[in-house]
Design a protein around this ligand. Structure first.
Ligand code: AP5
Length: 203
């Protein structure tokens, strides 16, 4: 395994961005273990709500199974709750924001707690590789939204609703693009090196 490069400051606040299957969750978990940045993954939060049988889980289940986005107001309320009482100064958002409305809401919430974002890391992976990864995960883990039809829908929704979030951030924050079509350890090294070059914004 390649030894990762420079370690970013644990206090950086990042959005880890990319299409379904690009490795956001994989990399965010590794970054949290290595840097102490808190990993906030909307997909994981919603799946946990479903597993616990909560009202929120019941409300979002259909959207998730169909590969559709959960309505903005629901997701924004969920993330507002998770940002309250956040003790660590550094965090990584994975799967959020996924619409421009969510990005605007996140900016407002982070400004209110005095912890603005420092940058956006985009994992770039060819479409064919993404589909292979997700269909492989379907066989291994049986995630309800990894069927061929639902994967195609998730990709289309990413292009239509989520990719424009990068345009929103382009004039506001540093955006670094990482080739995510490499072994996990190489992607991690590249992310660590790139995020180490992002200057933390004053709080
Ligand atoms: P979410 O869980 O966020 O799904 P996603 O974005 O589609 O993300 P994935 O988990 O599929 O991919 P990933 O990029 O995290 O890759 P991973 O590391 O897992 O959201 C699920 C649903 O919840 C949404 O469809 C929506 O309904 C709802 N939702 C969530 N957030 C929302 C929001 N903000 N607004 C509205 N609705 C929301 O890796 C994928 C696979 O590839 C794994 O098997 C992994 O082992 C493998 N892999 C990873 N990296 C590599 C590598 N470098 N080489 C080879 N294989 C790799």
């Amino acid at each position: 395994m390649t030894e990762p490069g420079p370690m970013p400051a644990s206090g950086r606040r990042l959005v880890l961005f990319g299409p379904p299957g690009s490795g956001k969750g994989t990399q965010a978990q590794l970054l949290e273990a290595r840097t102490g940045q808190h990993h906030l993954a909307t997909g994981d939060i919603l799946r946990a709500e479903r597993a616990q049988g909560t009202a929120l889980g019941a409300r979002v289940g259909g959207y998730m199974d169909r590969g559709e986005l959960v309505p903005d107001e629901v997701i924004i309320a969920v993330m507002a709750a998770h940002l309250q009482g956040l003790e660590r100064t550094g965090f990584i958002f994975d799967g959020f924001p996924r619409t421009v409305a969510q990005a605007r809401a996140l900016d407002s919430m982070l400004t209110a707690i005095g912890r603005p974002l420092d940058g956006v890391v985009v994992l770039e992976v060819p479409m064919g590789v993404l589909e292979t990864r997700l269909l492989g995960r379907a066989e291994a883990e049986g995630r309800s939204d990894d069927t061929p039809e639902t994967v195609r829908k998730r990709m289309r929704i990413y292009q239509e609703a989520t990719a424009p979030v990068l345009d929103y951030y382009s004039s506001r924050l540093p955006i670094v693009r990482i080739d995510g079509d490499r072994p996990v350890s190489e992607v991690l090294s590249a992310v660590l090196a790139a995020t180490g070059g992002i200057t933390p914004r004053p709080v």
